[in-house]
Design a protein around this ligand. Sequence first.
Ligand SMILES: NC(=O)c1ccc[n+]([C@@H]2O[C@H](COP(=O)([O-])OP(=O)(O)OC[C@H]3O[C@@H](n4cnc5c(N)ncnc54)[C@H](O)[C@@H]3O)[C@@H](O)[C@H]2O)c1
Length: 247
Amino acid sequence: MQITGKVALVTGAGQGIGKSIALKLASYGADVAVVDIDYDRVTQTAVEIQKMGRRSMAMKVDVTKGDKTDEMAEAVFKEFDDSIHILVNNAGITRDALIMRMKEDDWDAVINVNLKGVFNCTKSVVKYMTKQRWGRIINIASIVGLMGNAGQANYAASKAGVIGMTKTVAREVAGRNVTCNAVAPGFIETAMTDAMPEKRRDEMIAGIPLGRLGGPDDVAKATLFLASNAASYITGQVISVNGGLYM
Ligand SMILES: NC(=O)c1ccc[n+]([C@@H]2O[C@H](COP(=O)([O-])OP(=O)(O)OC[C@H]3O[C@@H](n4cnc5c(N)ncnc54)[C@H](O)[C@@H]3O)[C@@H](O)[C@H]2O)c1
């Protein structure tokens, strides 16, 4: 699963799953550009990657802005010797509420980051991948996009949308040796799940066949696999990393 010599770009890499993915790709040989709206945090990720002996570059980018993601892709391409091989669309947010109480702003914010953000970054980067006739796009979706979840209509719609986009992009770019897949994590211990009350958390664990929440590293390992040559004949797929919570 070595990806030595490959150039990766990971969004939302300032913390949590995105940071874990960026460090994993670097530890298997890739140079990794990292972006986030939180510049201080993502700079820290870049420093950790450089300490591993890999090249890195941190940028403050809001994935909801298409002009900014165009600049991001161009900057990465130039900085890393005219190449960009792996894109991990990880940036995501939640704004939970039952549908009857969900504000229009909460709907728009989640769709903008989780769905339009994936569109923007993919569109900005894919032209470089098709030209070089090698590329791996990996979208971090969610179990919630497959099974739904009360209180998350906006989030579920965004992640189901990401899965539809994944399959469509996979069909569009396969002829250029670019694959596009999604990883659908279940409940992973990060800032996003820390907010959960303990009782709810225990109930959740009781429903997971493997008997534990996942860690960011579990998602990072599946992402590494999809980025590696081991996955060269896999495209348009959704890999669930959920301890068996949804089969
Ligand atoms: N934690 C879970 O249980 C879980 C489960 C399934 C899917 N996911 C998905 O995994 C991804 C990462 O989740 P996490 O738990 O690490 O979340 P997190 O909140 O810890 O990290 C998300 C990162 O994205 C960044 N970000 C937010 N909006 C952005 C924007 N507009 N532009 C650029 N960066 C932005 C944040 O600053 C943050 O660093 C998300 O797409 C999330 O939906 C998480």
